[in-house]
Design a protein around this ligand. Structure first.
Ligand code: SF4
Length: 203
């Protein structure tokens, strides 16, 4: 049976398959101001514990698993409504990520929760720390399919262990792995190639 795919890998994959391979195949990780702020928010959300307000219970840092879909991870926050039905809430420090990366991650959490609670979850929420606002995300059939497509994409990356070509577009300026990735470097030269140091060595 295939190993479960981490929910965070789905988000990386949907944002940029090369970023996903750098992190989950080559084990490269770099931090920029976006990820540092995001980590602080995650640390707060992942502090664990439960609280209750107006009949809604809030569970933090809840481990998630879907054997049916082959997914695993940890939910920032899961709210249990008064009728006991769960709603995932994902904390984000910055702007919405392109290509529905955040939405896919949230919906993947819902697929796990549906299996764990034997229920159907129509929507979840993404909380943006910068604006202190949260927005609802509907778990449409298309979004659910995007989760499964991303899972299959990650699984294939882990199998072939080959770095995909760079996106080399506006995603790169948001990316914490810009320096490690070298998205605009000439592709026929090895990664890390420095023409100036090579010229000095040859003198
Ligand atoms: S720098 Fe661009 S191409 Fe490289 S991993 Fe980041 S988003 Fe992908």
């Amino acid at each position: 049976m295939d190993e479960e795919i981490m929910l965070s890998a789905l988000q990386h994959y949907v944002f940029c398959p090369r970023q996903c391979a750098l992190i989950h195949v080559e084990q490269v990780w770099a931090e920029n101001s976006f990820t540092a702020r995001g980590q602080q928010n995650h640390d707060r959300a992942h502090a664990g514990g439960t609280e209750e307000r107006d009949g809604t219970r809030t569970l933090r840092a809840l481990p998630l698993l879907s054997r049916q879909h082959g997914l695993a991870g940890v939910a920032d926050v899961v709210e249990l409504l008064p009728d006991g039905s769960p709603r995932p809430v994902e904390y984000k420090s910055g702007r919405a990520k392109p290509r529905l990366a955040d939405e896919v991650q949230l919906c993947a959490q819902a697929l796990c929760l549906e299996e764990m609670f034997a229920t159907t979850i129509p929507e979840g929420f993404i909380y943006h720390a910068a604006s202190h606002k949260r927005r609802a995300v509907a778990f449409t059939p298309e979004l659910r399919q995007a989760v499964l497509d991303a899972r299959d994409g990650v699984r294939e990356l882990l199998r072939v262990r080959v770095l995909p070509p760079p996106a080399a577009d506006d995603r790169c300026q948001l990316c914490s792995l810009y320096d490690e990735c070298e998205p605009f470097a000439p592709r026929d030269l090895p990664r890390g190639y420095d023409p100036f140091s090579t010229a000095l060595e040859e003198m």
